[in-house]
Design a protein around this ligand. Structure first.
Ligand code: TNX
Length: 486
């Protein structure tokens, strides 16, 4: 199982077998608990061919939100004995996490989209589980190469199998602006018309984005939208001349260089623009966070950067959201409730900025580039990806502790982990899957499982066990040599 649960004990000599007469019962007043039951039943109907009616009250598989509040929002207890399966939580979200575990206890073919033959057995067990951290994310860069709504949904499905609960979408960069903004229509009319390598690009309409947000929410994943500023803004600068310091629109950019673009920090129109953009993005975002980027602003003079960040941050707060940003923003004063995303490589500067932000009350999400970046090559033979942060093997991606990676950062400041996948070199989903699998489940385990459960040898063996599931789901994973895939 991945992530490893907090406690799991076998019930010896008890084996549950799902039969064609089985039912799924819901004991809850929360409407969302019924969605969770419906999703489980819908999947198992496909693979088992059983009718699996969902009913209120007890069933062969019972999902109950009568658990104690001490389980927290995502905790659950699961019991499998000779006759029944029970998942108990305090919330529908906790039920969803428990059902995710149940899916991993079933044979891999239970995840298939077509009818398979049984038996559908689960060894008797009791599990009590809850996450170490509340923020467990994956980031998809849809700017460098655009991904369709269907592809984003697949990413959500695969991430939620490992109990990830945040999807950070990097929606704007030099190569493309990917979200509709009614008050600045050229952003998508012109600024979304291509991508790295000159491909067709694309963007999400408001209806598309709403579809992504809803699909994520049904899987208890919150979308974190990022509008990268003040650098990484060529897609905006080529769409609107007035956003440029010299008043001239730039050329569309389809290369992979970084750090050459900047919003005009001293023009009022820049803040009118951001006010509109953050308002419209906030309106489309049920989550409480907007990510304003802030990374690699190499062509924004440093004093201008320090002027810009607080003004941009204030606009995020004005629209009712918390500020999230890459660790560089810690150089400027940040509003209360900000979240800093560390992407350093064990260097002093990024550690110092992160400690400074934490001392000022910010929360920290750990995305160390030399461990958590899914776009780094595994080894020198990886056919795509980058290597500026080094080669990141499956073992290297797994063997670190988010609480202690940055010396002298108070453990209480860390709220979780995120694995970013920058897409300069990935023009299709199979490449994305190859880079994310098998490293993403490891990052998910670092976010969920207690520090005492993190163990490379145990993880390596459990990872091999996931391959059957990826085969069923047609995931294009890398057969890393550190793992015995047999
Ligand atoms: C650095 S990490 C970037 C991105 C690139 C990535 C490639 C960060 C905050 N910025 O603009 O896509 O490296 O690995």
């Amino acid at each position: 199982m991945i992530p490893q649960p907090v406690t799991q004990n076998p019930l010896p000599d008890q084996t549950f077998t799902l039969q064609s007469s089985a039912t799924v019962g819901v004991l809850s007043t929360e409407e969302a608990a019924t969605w969770v039951a419906d999703q489980l039943a819908a999947q198992l109907r496909l693979s088992t061919g059983f009718p699996l009616p969902v009913q209120s009250g007890e069933g062969t598989i019972t999902l109950s939100t009568d658990g104690p509040s001490s389980l927290g929002a995502e905790g659950y207890e699961l019991r499998v004995d000779g006759t029944a399966v029970t998942v108990t939580a305090a919330t529908a979200e906790g039920l969803f996490r428990g059902v995710t575990t149940l899916r991993q206890l079933l044979p891999a073919k239970a995840d298939a989209g077509t009818e398979q033959s049984g038996p559908w057995e689960i060894a008797g067990t009791t599990i009590a589980d809850a996450p170490r951290y509340p923020y467990r994310g994956v980031m998809l860069d849809v700017s460098r190469h655009f991904r369709s709504v269907a592809e984003v949904k697949r990413c959500i499905d695969l991430a939620s199998l490992y109990k990830l609960n945040r999807l950070h979408l990097h929606l704007s960069d030099d190569q493309g602006w990917r979200i509709q903004v009614d008050s600045w229509p050229e952003l998508t009319k012109h600024g979304a018309s291509s991508e790295v390598g000159g491909g067709p690009g694309g963007h999400y309409t408001k209806a598309d984005f709403a579809e992504i947000v809803l699909y994520a929410a049904e899987r208890f994943v919150t979308v974190v939208p990022e509008i990268d500023t003040p650098g990484h803004t060529n897609a905006a600068l080529t769409s609107y001349p007035e956003l440029n310091a010299d008043g001239e629109a730039t050329e569309y950019f389809t290369g992979t260089e970084v750090g050459f673009s900047s919003l005009a920090v001293h023009k009022d129109v820049t803040y009118d623009f951001l006010d509109d953009v953050f308002r419209e993005v906030a309106e489309q975002t049920p989550g409480d966070v907007i990510h304003l980027g802030g990374d690699e602003a190499h062509s924004t003079p440093h004093s201008d950067y320090l002027t810009f960040v607080p003004k941009a941050a204030e606009l995020v707060v004005k629209h009712g959201k918390r500020v999230m940003g890459w660790h560089e923003i810690a150089d400027a004063p940040l509003p209360a409730g900000s979240i800093l995303q560390y992407w350093g490589t064990d260097d002093d500067r990024s550690r110092e900025l992160t400690r400074k932000a934490a001392a000022g009350g910010a929360e920290v999400v750990m995305s160390p580039a030399n461990r958590a970046y899914l776009d780094m090559k595994y080894d020198q033979d990886t056919p795509y990806g980058l290597d500026w942060a080094g080669l990141v093997s499956v073992e290297k991606a797994y063997r670190w502790d988010p609480a202690t990676l940055i010396p002298d950062l108070p453990e209480s400041a860390v709220i979780g982990v995120e694995a970013p996948l920058w897409s300069e070199t990935f023009d299709d989903m199979s490449k994305i899957e190859y880079m994310a699998f098998p490293r993403l489940p490891g990052i998910a385990e670092l976010g969920w499982s207690p520090a005492s459960a993190l163990d490379w040898e145990s993880y390596r063996a459990r990872l091999a066990g996931q391959a059957a599931r990826w085969d069923v789901l047609n995931v294009n994973y890398y057969r890393a040599p550190e793992v015995d895939w047999s």
